[in-house]
Design a protein around this ligand. Structure first.
Ligand code: FFO
Ligand code: GTP
Ligand code: MG
Length: 458
C-alpha cells in the first residue's frame, strides 16, 4: 500500500506533528470501546498512561491510570511505532470497556497527557499526507463506513484496496508514456510527421480512450452504489403515491385514505434494489388548493422534484393522462428522467404492462395488489444505467468529473494533430485532471471538503 506522499501540502506539515486523540468507536454503549491516539513519541505517552511499556504491535493487558494513580479502566494497550501504523505516525490504542463515561474519561486522560482532540477525518487525513493511502482510498474509507448496502460496501473495499487507484494509475502511465514520446520529438520539428507514425500516436490515443471509457463505466456504477437513486413519487391527489411507497417499502409508512390531500409532509424511505440504495420520496398531491397546510406540502413536493434523479408520475389508470397531469408534466424540470405510472389497474380492469415510447417509459400497475410493481423496479434500474457487475469500485461525482475532463482533453488532443505542441499541451492537461483522483496534485480546500465529512475518530 505504501506510496510516496503527495507533494503539495506544505502548509499542513506543521500540524501533523501534534498528537491527536479521539474515541474511535461509535458513541453509546458497546462491549468494548477504543480511544485512538496518533503523533510522535507515543511510547512515553503509553508508559505514562499505564506504567507499562507495551511491545510493538502486540496487545498488552494494562491498567489505564488517572493522574492520581487511580485506575480508570483496565484494557488492552496497543502501540504501533511509526511508520508502521494506519496514519504512518506513532499510534497508541486504548481498548477499554465500551461505556460512554469510561470512554470520555480515557479521552480526557489522553488530553491531559498532551494530546489534542482530533478533527473529523484527521487520522485518515494524516494517513493520506504520510503516503499510506491515496485520496481515492481515503474517500473509500468513509464510503465503507457509510455503505448502505452490501454491494456498496464490497465496492468500497475494492477502492480501499487500491483497485480504482490502480486503474487510474494505469491510465496515467499510458498517458505519461505518450507524453514522453511527444516531448522528445518536439525538439526536432522536421521529424514530427515521421514520429507520429513511428510512435503510433493515434493508435495509443485510441487505446487510452478505450480504457478510459471502461474505467468511467465502472466508476459510474460505483457512484450509483454510493449515492443511490433519488426517486420522487408525484402526481395529483389520490392517485396512489403513498400506497405505492408502502408497496415498494413493504411497510405501512405513509397514511393512505380515500380522501384527496391526505399526504402533506414528505415521507422518505430507503430501500435497496440489487444493492443500489433507492431513496423513495412520497409527496403531497399536486393541485390548486386554498388549504394553507396543503399548500406548504405542495411547495415541498416541488422542492423534492427539483432534487430528484427520477420522477415517477402517477396517474389514475381509469382516466389515463388528463389535462391536470399534462400541466404537471409541463412544470417538471426539463432533463429530469421520468416514469409514468398508470396506477389502479385492478379497478380499470387492465393488465400490468411496461412500454417504452417517445414519451419515455410507461408502467401500468396496481399499488394495491402489487401487480406490475416489479416492472417499475426494473424500469428504475434501467433509467439509472445499472448493469450488474462484480468489478465496480466506489466512486463519487468528483471522480467522474475528473474522468470526464480527462476524456475531453484527450479528444482535444486528437483534434490538434498533427500540431504536436498543442497535442502535447492537451495531454499535459489530461494528466493533471486524471491525477486529481488519487490526489497527487490536490488543493488544500478540496482536502478540507473531503475530510471534513468524516466522523471524529476516523
Ligand atoms: N484497532 C483497530 N482496528 C482497525 C483500524 C484501526 O486503526 N485500529 N483501522 C483503521 O482504519 C482499520 C484497519 N486499518 C489499518 C491499516 C493499516 C495498519 C497498519 O498498521 N499498517 C502498517 C503495517 C502493515 C502491515 O503490517 O502489513 C503499515 O502500513 O505500515 C493498521 C490498521 C480497521 N480496523
Ligand atoms: N383499487 C385500488 N385502489 C388504490 C390503489 N392505489 C391506491 N388506491 C386507493 O386510492 C386511495 C388514495 O391512495 P393514496 O395512496 O392515499 O393516494 P395519494 O396519491 O398518496 O393521495 P394524496 O396523499 O392525497 O396525494 C386510497 O383509498 C387507496 O386505497 C390501487 O392500485 N388499486
Ligand atoms: Mg399520499
Amino acid at each position: 500500500m505504501a506510496r510516496k506522499p503527495p507533494t503539495t501540502q506544505k502548509p499542513e506539515s506543521g500540524r501533523t506533528a501534534a498528537t491527536i486523540a479521539a474515541i474511535a468507536t461509535a458513541p453509546g454503549r458497546g462491549g468494548i470501546g477504543i480511544v485512538r491516539v496518533s503523533g510522535t513519541k507515543l511510547l512515553d505517552f503509553a508508559t505514562a498512561l499505564s506504567g507499562r511499556q507495551p511491545a510493538a504491535r502486540l496487545a498488552t493487558l494494562a491498567e489505564f491510570k488517572a493522574a492520581d494513580g487511580s485506575v480508570i479502566d483496565s484494557g488492552l494497550l496497543l502501540h504501533f511505532p511509526a511508520p508502521q501504523s494506519f496514519t504512518g505516525e506513532d499510534v497508541v490504542e486504548l481498548h477499554g470497556h465500551g461505556g460512554p463515561v469510561v470512554m470520555k474519561m480515557l479521552l480526557a486522560r489522553c488530553l491531559e497527557l498532551g494530546a489534542t482532540l482530533a478533527e473529523p477525518g484527521e487520522f485518515t487525513r494524516r494517513a493520506y499526507l504520510n503516503g499510506k493511502l491515496d485520496l481515492a482510498q481515503a474517500e473509500a474509507v468513509i464510503d465503507l463506513i457509510d455503505a448502505a448496502t452490501a454491494a456498496a460496501a464490497r465496492s468500497a473495499v475494492r477502492s480501499l484496496q487500491g483497485e480504482f487507484s490502480r486503474a487510474v494509475n494505469g491510465l496515467l502511465e499510458q498517458l505519461i508514456e505518450l507524453r514522453a514520446l511527444v516531448e522528445a520529438t518536439l525538439d526536432f520539428p522536421e521529424e514530427e510527421v515521421d514520429f507520429l507514425e513511428a510512435a503510433d500516436a493515434v493508435g495509443r490515443l485510441g487505446r487510452l480512450q478505450q480504457r478510459l471509457t471502461q474505467v468511467f463505466d465502472r466508476a459510474q456504477q460505483g457512484r450509483l452504489l454510493h449515492g443511490g437513486l433519488h426517486v420522487v413519487l408525484a402526481g395529483q391527489p389520490n392517485v396512489g403515491k403513498s400506497s405505492l411507497l408502502n408497496r415498494l417499502a413493504g411497510d405501512d409508512l405513509a397514511i393512505v385514505t380515500s380522501l384527496p390531500g391526505t399526504t402533506r409532509d414528505v415521507v422518505r424511505s430507503t430501500l435497496q434494489l440489487e444493492g443500489i440504495p433507492l431513496h423513495v420520496i412520497d409527496t403531497a398531491g399536486l393541485r390548486e388548493t386554498a388549504d394553507p397546510i396543503e399548500q406548504i406540502g405542495i411547495e415541498r413536493s416541488w422542492r423534492e422534484i427539483e432534487r430528484a434523479d427520477v420522477v415517477v408520475l402517477l396517474v389514475d389508470a381509469c382516466t389515463g393522462v388528463g389535462e391536470a397531469d399534462r400541466a404537471i408534466v409541463a412544470q417538471l424540470p426539463r432533463h429530469l428522467a421520468r416514469v409514468t405510472v398508470h396506477n389502479k389497474i385492478d379497478l380499470a380492469g387492465r393488465t400490468a404492462t411496461s412500454t417504452d415510447d417517445a414519451d419515455g417509459v410507461t408502467i401500468a400497475l396496481s399499488a394495491r395488489s402489487g401487480d406490475g410493481v416489479d416492472l417499475l423496479r426494473q424500469a428504475l434500474l434501467r433509467i439509472a444505467g445499472w448493469h450488474p457487475a462484480e468489478d465496480v469500485f466506489i466512486a463519487r461525482e468528483r471522480h467522474l468529473r475528473a474522468l470526464q475532463q480527462t476524456r475531453e482533453r484527450i479528444e482535444q488532443a486528437q483534434a490538434q494533430l498533427p500540431r504536436l505542441e498543442l497535442f502535447a499541451e492537451e495531454l499535459r492537461l489530461a494528466q493533471l485532471a486524471l491525477a486529481t483522483i488519487t490526489g497527487e496534485f490536490t488543493a488544500d480546500d478540496l482536502l478540507g471538503e473531503i475530510f471534513g465529512r468524516f466522523c471524529i475518530g476516523k
